[in-house]
Design a protein around this ligand. Structure first.
Ligand code: HEM
Length: 178
């Protein structure tokens, strides 16, 4: 997993909860890196789950909720870093382009990136299905990223998990305008 995911996560924790909580996470997690990440490095996604799990323990907030909040924040980072990818007319066409265009381009830039696969289907003007597939089981992060994207396109949507297989490796997400 690319270092930018870790550096942004720790930045969000610092802003929301302060440096002491960042330090507690690093001290108590037995991370592969000892808590040192550079945005261009590549690290195990297990470290991310260790840190999110620890934050959940400290703050009493469930892991899926924390991942979704982080995803929403992380979208703002991605859109600032890669403005060309968000040049789409609306949320559904943007989401449709992740698997076709965005993530493949990301892979050209960072061949070591570990990205999920998506099957997208626009059902109607108001409803779309996105099937998340990844051994990293981060569909909650995807939900947050979708919400971040919805904010960007100024669209109000509900994102619901309507089916889950292989312990979260395949998750069907329904995105409905409200
Ligand atoms: C500007 C648009 C986007 C860019 C540039 C982008 C890029 C990236 C990058 C750099 C990573 C980290 C890869 C790694 O750590 O090895 C990532 C991971 C991920 N992306 Fe995207 N992404 C974008 C939009 C989205 C959206 C809207 C979603 C949600 C539907 C999404 C879902 C995910 C998920 C869930 C991961 C975590 C890895 C996994 O689950 O296997 N991305 N993306």
């Amino acid at each position: 997993m690319k270092g930018i995911v870790f550096t942004e996560f720790l930045e969000l924790v610092e802003t929301e909860f302060g440096m002491e909580v960042v330090q507690q996470i690093i001290d108590e997690c037995e991370l592969d890196t000892g808590g040192v990440y550079t945005s261009v490095g590549t690290y195990s996604h297990k470290d991310m789950f260790k840190m999110v799990g620890k934050l959940s323990e400290i703050k009493g907030v469930p892991v899926p909720e924390l991942l979704a909040v982080f995803g929403e924040y992380f979208f703002t980072t991605l859109k600032t870093k890669y403005p060309i990818f968000v040049e789409k007319p609306n949320l559904f066409s943007f989401l449709n382009s992740i698997d076709q265009y965005i993530h493949p381009e990301v892979l050209k830039l960072y061949p070591e990136a570990e990205l999920p696969a998506f099957q997208a289907e626009i059902k109607s003007e108001n409803e779309m299905m996105l099937n998340y597939m990844s051994s990293r089981k981060m569909s909650d992060l995807a939900i947050g990223l979708i919400k971040g994207a919805a904010n960007h396109f100024k669209e109000d949507v509900d994102v619901v998990k309507i089916g889950e297989e292989n312990n979260g490796q395949t998750v069907m997400l329904q995105i409905k305008k409200i």
